[in-house]
Every structure is written in C-alpha cells, then in structure tokens.
Write a new protein. Sequence first.
Length: 319
Amino acid sequence: MSVGEVLETHPDALRSKPYKRTSRAKNCTPQHPPTLEFIFIKKSCKPSSPRHATLELEGFDLKNYSVGLVLCSSILLSSAFAQDVRLTGNLGHEYQRLNNCGPVTAKMALSLLGFRVTQPQAAAALRENNLDRNVSVNEVALYLERFGLKTVHRWAGNPALVRKLLAVGVPVMLRQQMTVNDDIGHYRVAFAADSSGITFGDSYLGPNVRLVDRTLERLWKPYGGEFLVVYRSNQENAVRKAMGQDWNFYQNQARLEGLSRAQIANNPNDALAWWSLGRSRLLRGSAKTAAAAFLKADQLGLPAKHYWYQQEALSAWNR
C-alpha cells in the first residue's frame, strides 16, 4: 500500500487540529504545525525488535511497504563502529504504534535520563485522542518539563553541535525527514556518536540507527536543523557552554537566517532555504518579510508533504 493509498483509505489523515499557542517560559517560540506519521512494514516480513542492528539510511526506500505497527528487521543492516561518546542511560527503545513517533521519542529521551514511562502513558499525555496525529516540539518540551527536566528548543543544528551536547551527557531530539527517499516527517533521539556519524534511537527504524554526517544534514534541512535539548537542572551550565551562541534564542535565529542566506546565495532556487529564511524572520517578529520568503519558497516548489508538518507560513500570511 502506497502513501497515496493510505490517504485514500483514511480521508481524515490530512485533517489537523487548529493552530494554537502554548504558554512557555522565556524561550517561547510559536506552536508548530501538525505532523502525520505512518508506520510501514515490508509485506513479506515478520515484525521483530533487534537490539544490536544498525541501520545506515543512505539509499533506504519506502516503496513496497505497507501500513503496520513495526518495521521488519530484515531491512536493518548490521554495522560495527567505534563510538567516541555514548550516553550511559538506558535507551528504553520501543517500536511505535500508529502516530506515536513523538510520544515514543519523548519516552526514550526520558529513559536516557532515568525516567520510566510506557508508550501508552506518553501517548495519552501528548495526544488529545486517536484523531490527534500531531505532536509538536513545544508539546514534547512541555511534557518533558513535567518531570522536572529542562529543555531548549532551537534550529540551525549540525552534527558537531549534537556531538558537543552528547559529550556533556544530554540526549538531543531531532525533527527530520524520515529517509532520503521520502519526505515523511519524523523524530529521533541522539544517544551516541563517533567521528563520522551520530547514532539514534528511532521509534520507526530501530534502536541503533546511525546516520553519517552527510545524510544527517540532508534529512535535517527540510526542518531548518530543528532540535530539542533535554537535560537536568544541574547540567545547565555544561549545556550552555556546549551550545555557545545557540543558547541565546535570538542569536540562534540570526544564525539560522545567515545560513539560509548563504544557501540562497549558492542556489537562488533552493525552496527549503527560502522557507528557513521565512521561519527565522517570523520567529524574530517580522511577519511581513517572513511572508515574502515563505511565498518565494512556495512558488519554487516545496516537497509534497511539506505542509503536513510545517505551517508557519499560514501564520505569516494571515497577520
């Protein structure tokens, strides 16, 4: 069953809950748009949960996969590699049920920091009901903060920054594209790294998904390098030092704009760079110039599923 067939089977799959604002502390950013996640298994395989398999995502293709609850282990490729840094906590990996990408990733982040919750508990806290197919980054942050943890929500992430954060002992949640061959949105949590790649707990693809830097950046670009740092209060000084200028929200947005401008200078037809430029302007309070950048991105042509997950442009266009 193709993604198109899934949508035909479930006509309400494109419905989304109203754009809403959630109260946050000083580093508040606008609520993010709905996310739809679909779970696929290869038709000829039996589900399993390999503990030590590592998946290299380069070239992975979702064609000929059907809707299911877990991903068959036969598409996982084992690969041994030396890890320079690894969080000491238990990942607590679990394959997600339908639309539970956000809840399971939050569950894994909590597990890495010593908290135990079940998938149903996380889903009940993060999704209003079974028709709620989206969990925004802000919703995840508020949920994690209920456990006495702190979070920092930023953009313009890169592999080097993830390594720095892992080195001080904190998990990092990334909002990315699922694979290089599909534009389905997805969360994953980083827990280990070596010199050329980052290893993630992935609710969809497995407990040891390693992305080489090149692939990581490619999957991250549609979301402007969006990430969420989760840490205990006694780790704040270390996190602040690791993040450098990105600790400050406005400096982070200025850096996102600079990166977007550089990408546009290199390729004026880069729709995703124009979108990131619009996002940085909107989050810094310039809705008018953000609207123009979003319109340019739309005119150049965005991925087919882009508006399933990212709707900041609607906020800019309606102000």
